[in-house]
Each structure stands twice: as C-alpha cells, then as structure tokens.
Design a protein around this ligand. Structure first.
Ligand code: CS2
Length: 489
C-alpha cells in the first residue's frame, strides 16, 4: 500500500512538538501562501516577543475542499516550511495552526469559531476571485451566484458572506467585531474588502452595516513571498530526506515582506494583535505606496513573464529569466514602463528593488510555473498591469512591453498557443473569453472583442489600448515571442 504521494504507508507521520495554541485568529482560505507567509510571521511574532503563544493560534478554514484538513489533521496541523535559496535550503516545523475547518461541509462551525470572543482577527487569502467583486470597479458583484446564495441563506458559502454573518453574530452577542486583515494581492485591499462587506451587510441589515462601519477595522496590507504550489514529488523528496511523511509541506523563497496598516479594532486595546513588529512586519499608517510598488513591479512582471514565457515554451519563471531575451525585456519593463508610473514608498530605492526582484526570479531553487501564475488573469490584470498602462497613457509614456503582455494574455485565453497546441486555461471567465476569441476572425477582431469585456477594461482604457494591443498581438503571431520582445528591450 502506498500514500497519495507514492510513499510507503508505514512511514511515520510528522507530529506536533508543542501543545496546540489556543485560537486568536481565524484564517479564511488556508492555502500554501498563507502557511508560508502570514502563519510564519505570526508564529515568529509570538516567539520573539515572549508573548502568550497560547493566545494567537490560527484556525484555518478551507472554503470548499476538504483536502487541506485531510492532509493536516493526521499530523495535528503541524507542517514543514522548506526554504529554498540559491545556495541551499533549510527546514522548519510550523505549529501555529491549531485546527482546520471546511466551510462547505460545516458552515455553522466556521461561524461559531468566527464569533468566539477569543478570536480578534480574521485573516484572508481567498485569491482575487474569492471577494466576489467586479475587478474593474472593486464593488460587490451582487449577481455572483455565491452572493445571491448568501443574501438568501443564513449559512453562507462566500468569504464576504462568512465575514458579514459572523460579524452579525458578534453584534447580537454584544461582542466587538474582529479585525478583517486581508492578505490578497488586490489594490487598496483593506478598503476594497471593507466596501464589499458593508455593501453585503447593507442589503441584509442596514443597522449591521452602520455598526461595522463604526466599530470594524479593515487594515490594508502588502504581502510578499514567492510560494510555488507543492507537488507530489516535493512531498516525496522531503520524506526521503526526513524519514517522516508530511502530506502538506510548503516551499518558499528566503525573502519575505509584510507591510500592515496599524489599525486594529480599538476595543481590544493592546490585545488587538500579536506583536507583529517583533517578527519584522512593517506597521505603517498607509500601505498604498507599498501596494502599488509590489503589485506593479512584482505581480505586473510576474504576469507578463507568465503569459509571454508560457507562449515561448518556458515552464518556470527562473527558466524564463535565464533566457537573455526575457532578462533584457523584464529589466526594460521596470526601467521604462513601471518605475516611472508611480511614487515610491518613503526611502525605497526602486532600482535596487527591481534588481532584488530579478535575483528572486532567477533563484533556481524555486520552480514557480508560468502556468500557475497565468491562472485567473481576468482578476489580476487590472491591478497588476492595466493601472500602469492607464497612468502611462495619461502621461504620454509609451508602454510597448506591457501591451505585449496584454496581447500574450489574449492569445493565452484564446486557448491555443502559437504552435497550435491547446492551453489548459484556468480563469473564472475562461469560457466567455474563449468564445469571444473564437467568435472573431482575425487579430484586430479578437482584440476588439476582448477589450470589450467591461469586467476587466473600462471603456476609455479599451479605446486607447485597442490599436496598441492589436499591433502587439499581430507582432507576437507573425514574428514569435522572442523576436517581439527584442523590439522593446
Ligand atoms: C504570483 C503571486 O501566482 C501569482 O499570481 O504573481 O502569487 C506572487 O508569487 C506573490 O504575490 C509574491 O508575493
């Protein structure tokens, strides 16, 4: 008999070394990213501040799949974080997660956990599409099937639904709200989630919405660490090395950064949050400049490299930037199109930041697939690339590289690569995007159809971009990716 990852069934399971901490945080969307980033920061904060470890345990919630719970429960929710640097790796056992709940199976238990007086923070990594909003406007999408469900049922299915129904229970019980700490790569993520929560609450109960607006807190955050998806061969290699079976290790780069607005629910006083600064979290009064920097410089080039790299036949980001044409291209993107588009955060040197990003991308220990980053482009493009394009257009600055990136995304969502091979496109709008592309005969018609998707492009931007993206699309098709990139580097 063997396990899922092809390991001998008698291999001892990873187990906890310390007793499980008492919960102070509920985390919605327990994936690899949060386990390799926020969870480690929180564990470090508790340890290095000599604080009460017991009070800030994390209850993870998977909104849909039982997989994470099934993998972590047999090992008491402990897991290994494997740091992969260019010069070697190190292992650490993380024990801050004290339970994992599956919302689809048992929403009542999730709401009970979120309305426990000991829980003072709800953190989220539910990905861009988990907010059920319209990416072009940032407003709640009231036509979203999960939101329609949550407006009619007391037991929710969506992340905004859980936040609102749990806050309603806390209000009814006379408790203060929890702080909502979003850790997703969205612009002004705190303000965005606040708007979504208030809009949903307003539709259910205007008094609830007023109470949340007055008492609730939604600090914005900038999160950063490159965390590729864990593959079965990673699980096997770790087991071979340690002699123990960890079904859910996380792999990550050495770099990490977390910038958080220091605005937590005041009713809890000094117990409102762990001592995050003790772990190196930057607590600031306004995160906007950091968010812009990270979304445009890192995520914007990540997505550009993902679509263009995938179409050029590169499997990972490190392979992509090892190709000299791509290395020159991404450096030109930073220098000519991205850095001039926004204001740097206080005392940050953007040229040095770009150099550091390039070194992170080149780290051969991290096998981050272009296909993984290419997922959900319809939800990512506005904040990663379109904002920069809009600002450059307004300033009269050309953006030939970013236009190639958007054109590559259009080819990608058309579902066929430049050699005519099918692409496995994962995106909430995948079907619609493919049928728009299929329904148009040539490059200009395809670009016109796709810039017409108002969930992604507003009308003014679409009109300005259409000729520029058409030119880029034709160039990619006619000359191939590498020759097209040479024209902008
Ligand atoms: C990536 C991000 O998958 C993606 O879309 O761009 O997950 C990226 O690795 C992180 O934001 C880095 O902090």
């Amino acid at each position: 008999m063997s396990t899922e990852a092809g390991l001998p069934a008698d291999l001892p399971r990873l187990s906890r070394k310390e007793p499980a901490p008492k919960a102070g945080i509920v985390h919605l969307g327990l994936g690899a990213f949060f386990r390799a980033h926020g969870a480690i920061y929180i564990e470090d904060a508790i340890r290095s501040s000599g604080g009460r470890y017991a009070d800030w345990g994390i209850i993870g919630v998977s909104l849909q799949s039982p997989r994470m719970r099934d993998q972590l429960a047999p090992q008491d929710f402990a897991y290994t974080a494997q740091e992969l640097g260019p010069e070697g790796e190190s292992l650490r056992q993380v024990e801050i997660v004290c339970d994992v709940l599956v919302a689809r199976e048992d929403p009542e238990t999730v709401l009970t956990a979120m309305s426990d007086p000991a829980v003072r923070i709800v953190t989220l990594t539910v990905t861009e599409k988990g907010y059920c909003h319209d990416p072009a406007t940032g407003r709640l999408n009231t036509g979203h099937p999960d939101i329609r469900h949550d407006l009619e049922n007391a037991l929710p299915v969506s992340a905004p639904g859980f936040l609102v129904r749990a806050l309603a229970r806390r209000k009814a019980a006379g408790l203060p709200p929890f702080t909502v700490l979003t850790c997703d790569n969205l612009p002004e993520n705190g303000r965005l989630v606040k708007g979504i929560v208030l809009e949903l609450a307003e539709r259910l109960d205007p008094e609830l919405s007023a109470w949340i607006a007055a008492e609730g807190r939604f600090p914005a955050t900038m999160v950063d660490r490159i965390v590729p998806a864990t593959k079965p061969e990673d699980v096997e290699a770790l087991a071979a090395r340690t002699g123990r079976h960890d079904a859910a290790p996380v792999l990550h780069e050495p770099f990490r950064q977390w910038v958080v607005e220091d605005d937590f629910v005041p009713a809890y006083g000094k117990d409102a949050r762990p001592d995050l600064a003790a772990a190196g979290v930057e607590l600031v009064s306004d995160v906007t400049a950091y968010e812009h920097m990270k979304l445009r410089m890192l995520n914007g080039t990540h997505s550009s490299l993902a679509y263009l790299g995938y179409l050029a036949g590169h499997e990972t980001i490190s392979e992509t930037v090892a190709d000299p044409v791509f290395a020159r291209f991404v450096k030109a993107l930073w220098r000519n199109e991205i850095i001039p588009s926004f204001k740097a955060p206080p005392s940050v040197d953007l040229v040095a930041y770009a150099d550091a990003l390039f070194a992170r991308y080149a780290n051969p220990g991290i096998r981050h697939r272009t296909w993984q980053i290419a997922m959900d482009g319809s939800q990512k493009l506005p904040q990663r690339i379109l904002g920069t394009l809009r600002d450059n257009l307004a300033a009269g600055r050309a953006s030939p590289g970013l236009c190639l990136a958007v054109a590559a995304w259009m080819i990608y969502v058309g579902g066929t690569d430049l050699e005519g091979d099918p692409i496995d496109v994962r995106d909430p709008l995948a079907e619609r995007l493919k049928s728009l592309s299929d329904g148009a005969d040539d490059a200009p018609a395809k670009v016109s159809a796709l810039v017409g998707v108002t969930d992604i492009f507003d009308a003014a931007l679409a009109a300005d971009l259409r000729p520029r993206i058409t030119e880029a699309y034709v160039r990619l098709q006619d000359e191939g990716v590498r020759a097209a990139l040479e024209t902008v580097s």
